[in-house]
Design a protein around this ligand. Structure first.
Ligand code: AMP
Ligand code: GLY
Length: 445
């Protein structure tokens, strides 16, 4: 491996079992450098793919995973989910001599502590909603009483996307504070709370591949977090995504100057040590209080950072990626990204998540899944599935993600919904309006 560049086959272990990990394994399998590919624990989709071997170890079993990697000549470990990163899996594995893609625990704090992440943005002048950090109910209640702008309440730690309350009134904000502080609904994640100004606008996901020095932005995506059409219903892990995004193209220069440049500078001056994917959730909009003022043009604000690939953003992105993913991830882990280029297909991708009807309240379990012949340029990534006596059955909240490519978002969207007709399970459901806003039609109200 001259100059840290891959020049021969390596064996890879991908940690995680969701749609994101299936999409990563699928793309890694296309690399000319891919030797054996293991996925722990994987899912029904990775089990069915002859290029991938599932390993029955959970992503929190650091000792088991490290031992497996050492005993099976694994050269490179790629971490998918947030929890093991927050618990220090990269530090643990590196201490045992493994080469790992992902940030160390302290770097992943940009995701696992919202208070830390806001302080980082403030320190580096990255635009973000005004905020205050509080650690007890009384001072939090007083803060929302005194500040009319303070209507977004966030539990500090990882809370599966459920610890954020976007409120419309002081009383709703106090209810949220009660749930966090008094009812302890988020356990330790809720011992500190970030109170923010409410912003109004449109969101996009920007994933940045970072090798400690260089920042390589991936193509922008848009996620659909709410469960039902028209952005109704509770927040979920994500019901669909698409890429590229016009909103990003329109605000590219500002996002580059206000978000990417300060991150590069922080890497350069040593105030950020990061290797892996830094995922910025960006809202292009205005503070709610300024909404009616003509003077305020929409501009980008970072809502949050994640320290990993997005799900389902990854399932939308991987079929568009022309470059060798394994070479890029290896360069990201080894500090050699400056020698790499990233290229994308001109085609657009639309990814629709298929869940059980009751998701997110409950998961689909044990329902047989039938998959017919998928049309060309469509890809089925598994998440909550498993093989039971040789049959594919449902086994989780988000069951599958179907991604289709097309010459435009409109075409990709049409292709995705056509391909979905080839997939069936008893309680299957999906949103019917993924990417509809991008093709210029209003979301149903
Ligand atoms: P987060 O986990 O911080 O990204 O928040 C989850 C979701 O809550 C975001 O995707 C937004 O839809 C919403 N949200 C978060 N912060 C704000 C804010 N300051 N103003 C309006 N909506 C927000
Ligand atoms: N789709 C949002 C996330 O992965 O957090």
């Amino acid at each position: 491996m001259a100059n840290g560049k891959l020049d021969s086959k390596i064996n890879i272990l991908v940690v995680g079992g969701g749609g994101r990990e299936h999409a990563l394994c699928w793309k890694i399998a296309q690399s000319r450098f891919a030797g054996k590919i293991y996925c722990a624990p994987g899912n029904g989709g990775t089990a069915q793919d002859e290029r991938i071997t599932n390993v029955n170890l959970s992503s929190d079993d650091f000792a088991g995973l490290s031992e497996f990697a050492s005993n099976n000549q694994v050269d490179f470990v790629v971490i998918g989910p947030d929890n093991p990163l927050a618990d220090g899996i990269v530090d643990y594995m590196q201490a045992r001599g493994l080469t790992v893609f992902g940030p160390k625990k302290e770097a992943a704090k940009l995701e696992w502590s919202k208070a830390h992440s806001k302080q980082f943005m403030l320190q580096h002048q990255i635009p973000t909603a005004r905020f205050s950090v509080v650690t007890d109910f009384e001072s939090a209640r007083e803060f929302v009483r005194q500040n009319e702008w303070a209507r977004v309440i966030k539990a500090d730690g990882l809370a599966l996307g459920k610890g954020v309350f976007v409120c419309n009134s002081e009383s709703e904000a106090v209810e949220a504070l009660t749930a966090i502080f008094k009812e302890g609904r988020f356990g330790d994640a809720g011992s500190t709370v970030v109170i923010e100004e409410k912003l109004i606008g449109e969101e996009l996901s920007l994933l940045l591949l970072i090798d400690g020095k260089c920042v390589m932005p991936l193509s922008a995506c848009q996620d659909h977090k709410r469960r039902f059409d028209g952005d109704k219903g509770p927040n979920t892990g994500g019901m669909g995504a698409y890429s590229p995004v016009r909103l990003f193209e329109k605000h590219k220069n500002e996002i580059n100057a206000l978000v990417i440049k300060p991150i590069e500078e922080a890497l350069r001056n040593g105030s950020l040590e990061f290797r892996g994917i830094l995922f910025a959730g960006i809202l292009v909009g205005v503070p709610a209080a300024n909404q009616s003022e003509q003077a305020s043009d929409p501009s980008p604000f970072v809502l949050e950072f994640n320290a990993r690939f997005g799900d389902p953003e990854t399932q939308a992105l991987m079929p568009r990626l022309k470059s060798d993913l394994l070479a890029l991830l290896w360069a990201g882990a080894n500090g050699t990204l400056d020698a790499e280029r990233i290229e994308w297909l001109d085609q657009a991708a639309v990814c629709v998540v298929l869940s059980g009807e009751k998701y997110p309240e409950s998961s689909s379990k044990g329902k047989e899944i039938e998959v017919g012949t998928l049309p060309p340029h469509s890809f089925l990534f598994h998440a909550g599935t498993k093989l039971l006596d040789g049959k594919l059955v449902t086994n989780g909240g988000r069951v599958l993600a179907l991604t289709a490519l097309g010459e435009s978002i409109e075409q990709a969207r049409e292709n995705a919904y056509k391909a979905i007709k080839q997939v069936k399970f008893a309680d299957m459901d999906c949103r019917s309006d993924i990417a509809l806003r991008e093709v210029g039609q209003c979301l149903s109200t």
